[in-house]
Design a protein. Structure first.
Length: 307
């Protein structure tokens, strides 16, 4: 059983530095978490082509029962859950608006791209088949995916993303993304930013950032509660209601994911991996690792395909 990536604010580049755009295909293997809570500075467009899912964006729930497109604005905390076993999954395009910018500062740059970058204008939350513009946006989305040269709707997941440095492909991708913006603009689907930010969302993001930056050290509930100025009891209820697991469960999952990464990418002994991931007791580490992966660290390392 592989744990989906528990990254918080993603620090990896989506695409390349020169062309910050990538595609992802996540496939469901059963009911439960498909994509864990995270956020990033790029725009994300999600395409659900069937199945039943629960999408959480800034702690608001959206239930997906049929074909739909959803838009994630920069900085929005989001996650995806499979509500019914057998649901296929979702495709995603993640891109920085820098990839679509114009040096000439024309109307598209000044009136649309810059306001989105500055957080003054938001994408629509979703687009359904009955709404005007859906087919045009979906076709442009699928054309973007095809321009990466990756087969659509294949069973194998593409969770690490696909990128391209081919000039012609990048031109087709850029033109398709601009077409999406044009269709949304034509139907007046962009919306102004609400002035009142949800403090709960910002609080959760602060806690998740603290975990990411300090997971190697001892972390107590009072440390996490202090990030949002709550007492420990109220904080634990608040966190579990927001994320779906207790703070310590989330911390342990994050540490185990880092351990998996170290086992994959380094030759560090298991004892050093244990210490690097914030565990001071080898027995506790081994029990936690087996709980989340159903295998020992050595067995996990030996199961990694040789390059």
């Amino acid at each position: 059983m592989q744990i989906p990536s528990p990254n918080l604010k993603e620090i990896s580049v989506h695409g390349t530095k020169s062309f910050p755009c990538a595609i992802y295909q996540t496939r469901s293997i059963g009911k439960g978490t498909l994509v864990k809570h995270h956020w990033h500075d790029e725009v994300e467009i999600l395409y659900f082509f069937g199945g039943e899912f629960r999408l959480e964006i800034n702690m608001e729930q959206f239930f997906v029962h049929s074909e739909a497109l959803y838009f994630i604005n920069p900085g929005e905390l989001h996650s995806i859950y499979t509500e019914k076993a057998g649901s296929p999954g979702e495709d995603a395009i993640v891109f920085s608006l820098d990839a679509l910018g114009f040096d000439s500062h024309d109307a598209a740059q000044v009136q649309l791209i810059q306001p989105i970058q500055n957080g003054k204008l938001l994408f629509p939350r979703c687009l359904l088949p009955v709404q005007p513009g859906f087919l045009a946006v979906r076709d442009a989305f699928l054309h973007t995916m095809q321009s990466f040269g990756h087969p659509l709707n294949e069973a194998a997941p593409l969770e690490n993303g696909a990128v391209t440095d081919d000039l012609t492909s990048q031109l087709f991708i850029k033109s398709s993304l601009l077409r999406i913006l044009a269709v949304l603009s034509r139907h007046q689907l962009f919306r102004p930013t609400e002035k009142n930010l949800d403090k709960r969302v910002e609080g959760i993001k602060a806690v998740l950032t603290y975990i990411r930056e300090n997971y190697k050290e001892k972390i107590y509930i009072q440390d996490l509660a202090g990030q949002v100025h709550m007492n420990e009891q109220y904080f634990c209820r608040f966190f579990k209601k927001s994320i779906g697991r207790t703070p310590m469960e989330y911390l342990n999952e994050y540490r185990i994911k880092q351990a998996m990464r170290l086992l994959e990418e380094t030759d560090l002994p298991v004892t050093e991996v244990c210490l690097e991931c914030g565990y001071n007791n080898l027995g506790n580490f081994l029990r936690a690792f087996k709980k989340y992966t159903e295998m020992t660290p050595l067995k996990y390392r030996s199961s990694i395909p040789a390059e």
